[in-house]
Write a protein that binds this ligand. Sequence first.
Ligand code: CDP
Length: 223
Amino acid sequence: MKKIIIALDGPAGSGKSTTARLVAEKLGYTYVDTGAMYRAITLAALEQNIQLEETPLTELVKTIEVELRQSPKGQRTFLNGVDVSERIRETDVTANVSVVSAISSVRQKMVLLQKRLGESGGIVMDGRDIGTVVFPQAELKVFMVADIRKRAARRYAEMGNTNNSIEDIAALIAQRDILDSTREISPLTKADDAVEIDTSDLTIQQQVEMILQLAEQKISSSC
Ligand code: CDP
């Protein structure tokens, strides 16, 4: 059975990561969350008090190591050998990650790592530019979208104990949407051959089923 590449792109809160993880589990594939890599670099910059600008960030990425490791608990993210999987979800990282991910040297290094991770197929990778830049040859590309209010409500529920209101979260997401979609390099955009799924009124189970069906068609046609 051929092991294909599934690229899942879309904005924050569209349901990519949960769906990607479950699809990978069902198919026995590896799930890779590329956003975690950009978050790890952002954390390094914040910890080292580095200005979020091209030259200092270009120097920074030369000196740090970002690694994704698979574990029974799912993907874990390591920064210079330290597990930062939880820390990179905090608000300071989220608020700054889109500025860091717009820098070309940062993207070059991460895209290289991502390509290596998917070399032999059998992968579900989620991000913003997977179908357009990282794996333009992916057998299945899905672009997930959802209403901003629904996306903010999902994030709010995920965050559990938070001082932020749904409105605050919606504003932060909207700001990231703009930065991610309008940047010069690899903006968030739907690949011409991607299937668009609006998840506003879908359950996770429905999303997973839709993608599994598409994947099964691709797998059997590429045998
Ligand atoms: O989980 P959430 O949707 O909040 O974001 P994420 O997937 O963790 O990605 C965080 C940020 O990393 C995004 O807002 C983008 O700025 C950047 N990113 C990117 O530029 N390219 C990717 N392939 C993945 C994420």
